[in-house]
Design a protein around this ligand. Structure first.
Ligand SMILES: Cc1ncc(COP(=O)(O)O)c(C=O)c1O
Length: 459
């Protein structure tokens, strides 16, 4: 007889029940067929939920978004009866959109296990299976050897910083890009280069800034390298790590190429400075699983952090950075549902034609970007510029990229049925974290709503 735990997962009866449940949910969700305005009969209900959110969390929600629990691919139903084309997906969590049947099935399998949340003291086998999977996937193009699960991107980043600091102890300084974002803990707010996110917090002065790539400046790579060398000259042995996003996320979705990164990484290596790629936002989105693969810089990487689409956080690292016992632990590693769904989504990405230069992710990317460029060249001249990004991370600058303009544009876009979000400072851009399940027809819907909204103007 197999273990009882194994019987739970292989039982024909349980699997049939899971299949039936998923089919029923799918059938019900088939009523979601496209964008819909709020319904009169539910407007009061929607408002009630918005008021409650404001009342109990102390401030209103950014959008009047309150999910009803029903969704279908890129479409989501809200409590006010509206259906939105969701191109931000909880800031990039739902890689396969809403209510994907395979994700539901995986979630149900996770939900019938004996514990809701797993930790590193008494884990179940999913904990190890997921850790193994991440290491195997990351180590194809890098020297990554271990992974440590955590609950979110910020915690994964904290662990990466601790590992690199311990290795270079007592060095305390961190090299980071201007306009970087790293999370919301005290230390990650310090690594983040946005004063609005740390009002009233003390400044620890532990981060040395380097300008990110500016594709309009032919001297950009030289300038960044020079800034890096100046910091290293001044702070010599007191620098522990260079932490960077392969493309700035909150910082504006302007991509950099391999040629920009290599001299910086070579120099850090020559100085014994740890190299940490914060892939919390880029993981699974750039056409390969890791952006370090897309950029072909895997051989330089000492530490990588992921979260969002992974459904939990993780710090991945090489043999050299395996910390001394006691440095990292924590009660939560992630929910059993997160582990099942995270692994399922990775299987889908790897085995079903999403990755690679001609994979579905890059097809979505080029359809979106060429659609936006076409709008800028035809019906929306002067209203669309710099349409670019990496894979499923896409952005453009609406109008002149002024904050007030982009805020108005995105609110109108939301009211017209498409959800995006701002990023960057100067210019401010409209960004989309497009789900990998989006169909060509839905991309056309998104483009036509964007066109209509741009034409409405932002006066
Ligand atoms: C690049 C980057 N690092 C870290 C984080 C923080 O992740 P979390 O919000 O899961 O703590 C984010 C979140 O947006 C991010 O984009």
């Amino acid at each position: 007889m197999p273990l009882i735990g194994q019987q739970l997962l292989s039982s024909q009866k349980i699997n049939q029940l899971i299949q039936d449940l998923t089919t029923e949910v799918e059938k019900t969700n088939q009523q979601l067929t496209g964008i819909k305005a709020p319904a009169n009969e539910f407007q009061e209900n929607g408002k009630k939920w918005m008021d409650l959110a404001g009342q109990f969390r102390g401030r209103p929600l950014h959008y009047p978004y309150m999910g009803s629990g029903a969704g279908r691919g890129p479409y989501v139903e809200l409590e006010d009866g509206s259906i939105k084309l969701d191109l931000i997906n909880g800031i990039g969590i739902h890689l396969f959109g809403h209510s994907h049947p395979r994700v539901i099935k995986a979630a149900l399998k996770g939900a019938i296990m004996d514990v809701v949340i797993q930790g590193n003291l008494e884990p179940n086998k999913e904990y190890v299976a997921y850790t193994k999977k991440l290491v195997e996937l990351a180590s194809k193009k890098s020297n990554i050897k271990y992974a440590w699960l955590a609950t979110c991107g910020t915690m994964a980043n904290e662990n990466a910083l601790k590992l690199s600091r311990q290795k270079k102890s007592p060095a305390r300084m961190i090299l980071g890009f201007k306009n970087a974002f790293a999370g919301r803990s005290t230390m990650m707010a310090e690594v983040t280069d946005n004063p609005a996110y740390k009002q009233g917090l003390p400044d620890y002065n532990e981060v040395l800034r380097i300008p990110f790539f500016d594709r309009k400046d032919p001297q950009s790579t030289d300038k960044s390298l020079r800034a890096l060398k100046e910091h290293v000259e001044k702070h010599a042995k007191n620098i522990s790590v260079f932490g960077f996003e392969p493309m700035l996320g909150e910082g504006g979705y302007m991509p950099a190429n391999r040629e920009f990164f290599v001299p910086l990484l070579e120099f850090c290596k020559s100085q014994g400075i740890a190299i940490w790629a914060d892939e919390v936002q880029t993981f699974t989105r750039t056409g390969e699983l890791f952006a370090f693969e897309t950029l072909d810089i895997g051989k330089y990487i000492d530490l990588v952090t992921i979260a969002k689409t992974a459904q939990l956080g993780a710090t991945l690292y090489t043999e050299e950075y395996n910390p001394k016992p006691g440095l990292i632990a924590g009660t939560f590693s992630g929910s059993t549902v997160s582990m099942h769904t995270g692994m399922e989504m990775l299987d889908m990405l790897v085995n079903e034609g999403y990755l690679g230069k001609d994979g579905r992710i890059m097809q979505i990317h080029s359809q979106f970007i060429s659609g936006l460029e076409k709008l800028g060249a035809t019906t929306c001249q002067g209203k669309v510029s710099d349409a670019c990004g990496m894979g499923l991370m896409l952005a453009f600058t609406p109008f002149e990229g002024k904050k007030e303009q982009v805020d108005v544009f995105l609110k109108k876009l939301y009211n017209n049925g498409v959800i995006g979000f701002p990023c960057g400072k100067d210019p401010v851009r409209a960004r989309f974290l497009v789900p990998a399940c989006i169909q060509d027809a839905d991309i056309q819907v998104a483009l036509s709503v964007i066109e209509k909204t741009l034409q409405e103007g932002v006066a």
